[in-house]
Design a protein around this ligand. Sequence first.
Ligand code: TMP
Ligand code: ASP
Length: 247
Amino acid sequence: MKELEIGDLLHEGKAKKVFHTNHKAVVAVQFKDDATAFNAQKKAQLAGKGLLNWEISARLFEALENRGVASHYLGCLEPGWMAVQALKIVPLEVVLRNLAAGSLCKQLPIAPGSSLQPALLDLFYKDDALGDPLLTEARLKLLALLEPAERVQLEAISRDVNRVLQQIFVEINITLVDFKLEFGRCDAGKLLLADEISPDTCRLWNQSDQRVLDKDRFRKDLGGVVEAYGEVLKRVQGLGPTPRQYR
Ligand code: TMP
Ligand code: ASP
């Protein structure tokens, strides 16, 4: 197979850019230093964040794969870049919560830190202009974004991801409070885990003292954002070898 060459920009999101490549089924993802919160109403540049999220994500996708959970991840390119399967992204955000935090505690009378068992799974319609609204099952049907069988599959995969990520984070003394996943369909129509798994998309608390190690440091102006992400990377590096190169 010809060596991978990065082509034109296909899509620019808030935290990543996606490029075509000379391999039809492969796109290249570049992790950016841009940080946003509250549907991009709050913005900053955090030097080093892109590289941290890139390596954390690569390592977590590989750890998931090693434990039986597939994703779009194919391998790393140069630092900050990864090769992933080209997918049609489904405009949904799947949020799983093991402990109550964030918007859940703003919207419902549930104390922060309350245990949620089984994990609470909610779907949001991915659209910043609409404020990523929470979906009901009826609204999900109305939008016809998923076939009924895909709805079942999406939840099963998400719960598998949660089970495996919880195991992984326990090993490195981090509590996985909640996280957001995105999915896409490959050409054959199969649903596959996509996007990234990083402190931008998870709430991660240091187990011993509940120190916040995720994007809440940015959302809540707690400072030390990049340092906290660096701490997550250091621990995730303890899980296994350097992520593989794509070739
Ligand atoms: P929330 O409590 O603000 O709804 O967030 C739940 C989880 O989803 C948390 O880990 C942060 C993550 N998240 C994203 O990755 N992107 C988003 O746009 C939002 C709102 C949350
Ligand atoms: N990802 C969203 C944004 O960039 C919201 C968030 O993560 O808080 O605005």
